[in-house]
Design a protein around this ligand. Structure first.
Ligand code: NAP
Length: 361
């Protein structure tokens, strides 16, 4: 067994010297180094920005989306959308653990990887035959490799796998929102969440509430999303606005907050073009959390400068210590949030992680 680099640099095929996330191509050889773990893959979760881009590019043709995802994985040795630059995560069963692996995993354990698919060596062996290309989640088989410096979480036994996967994919958002709100005076802090009826958005609403925010404003796309959130108790105000229309968005947010911008604005929309609206909707001295993978650094930086906006801007780091447990706990504690997720990800093959084929709930 070879000795691995904890950051996985030994798996980079090209370009030389890159780390796995930036690499064009990784080597998904199933033989593990002494600090690696091999996972037998069961389901992939494409991140929302990547899936939307693929679907839009192929005019909603599921078969074409499936063919492209298959081709990306084959070509790159990882699921790294070359257009959005984003990936997703996966669930599977631990197959083999190298003797020097620091991750504390055991063979046979059901886990979710909490590192991006954009840096996870991946090989699929079923041509994605069980997926119709019409959903973010892909039932599949194959193997993936975790490095010494990766993170994985044991799947909870009390939630259906596909639900846990959807929560864990975006679990960085609520933890970061909680941190950002908590470090201000929460009882005087107003929070606006763009894309609030989505997965990271609804978890962010719950986290803002949990942190004790004074007012929580949910910005949603249309009446349908408004109806999903209404009565959930997750937001004090619900505003319908196109997050890519800066002037209209800022006007609506300010109207909901008595003429002031939000102290904290969280961008959870899965389409590009929300930077300027988010900045304009934020009060001077406030913070914008860009969780969306469709965010442009240039649009945010130059937009804030051009608007002379004194706002702090944070990139939504997908990792915050304790993020997985926190997100799952928010879901368990809030039946409305759980229902929103179930509506969003569907209830197909909704068996808890501990259940085997043939068993029923
Ligand atoms: P999601 O569940 O699809 O939610 C996105 C929401 O935004 C949906 O409710 C969508 O409405 C809404 N929306 C779309 N266009 C809009 C517009 N113009 N105005 C207002 N709302 C609009 O997505 P998610 O899984 O929460 O992911 C959100 C973003 O976070 C994505 O960009 C994803 O890639 C990113 N992400 C980041 C990390 C990280 O580590 N930073 C990790 C995972 C995911 P419809 O459904 O009606 O279109």
């Amino acid at each position: 067994m070879s000795t691995g680099s904890p950051v996985g640099s030994h798996r980079v095929v090209s370009p030389a010297g890159a780390l796995p996330q930036a690499a064009d191509r990784l080597d998904p050889d199933p033989d593990i180094a002494d600090d690696e773990v091999r996972i037998s893959v069961e389901r992939l979760n494409l991140d929302a920005a990547s899936y939307r881009q693929l679907r839009t590019a192929h005019g909603g043709d599921g078969e074409a989306v499936r063919a492209e995802v298959r081709a990306i994985i084959e070509r790159r040795g990882k699921m790294h959308n070359p257009v959005t630059g984003s990936g997703g995560m996966l669930i599977g069963t631990v197959d083999e653990v190298g003797p020097r692996s620091p991750l504390g995993l055991k063979a046979g354990q059901k886990v979710a990887t909490l590192v991006s698919l954009t840096l996870t060596p991946l090989h699929i062996d079923d041509d994605l035959a069980r997926w119709d290309g019409n959903s973010e989640q892909i039932p599949t088989s194959g193997h993936a490799i975790l490095f010494g410096r990766s993170i994985a979480a044991a799947l909870p036994s009390d939630l259906p796998e596909h639900l846990a996967l959807a929560v864990l994919d975006v679990c960085g958002a609520p933890a970061l929102v909680h941190r950002v709100v908590s470090r201000r005076a929460p009882a005087e802090t107003t929070v606006a969440v763009l894309g609030a009826a989505g997965k990271s958005g609804s978890l962010s609403l719950a986290a803002a509430r949990d942190a004790g925010a004074a007012t929580v404003v949910a910005v949603v796309r249309d009446e349908i999303e408004d109806a999903c959130l209404r009565g959930s108790g997750l937001a004090d105000e619900i505003v319908i606005a196109d997050a890519t229309d800066p002037l209209h968005l800022a006007e609506k947010v300010e109207h909901a907050l008595d003429g002031r911008g939000a102290d904290v604005t969280v961008v959870c929309v899965d389409v590009p073009g929300c930077e300027h609206g988010a900045i304009l909707s934020t009060a001077a001295g406030g913070t914008v959390v860009f969780f969306s993978m469709a965010t442009s650094f240039t649009a945010a930086a130059l937009g804030a400068e051009g608007l002379a906006a004194d706002v702090e801007m944070l990139i939504g780091n997908g990792y915050v210590p304790g993020h997985a447990d926190y997100a799952l706990d928010l879901l368990r504690a809030n039946p409305h949030l759980k229902d929103l997720f179930i509506d969003r990800v569907g209830s197909a093959d909704a068996r808890p992680a501990g259940f085997a084929e043939g068993e029923s709930e």
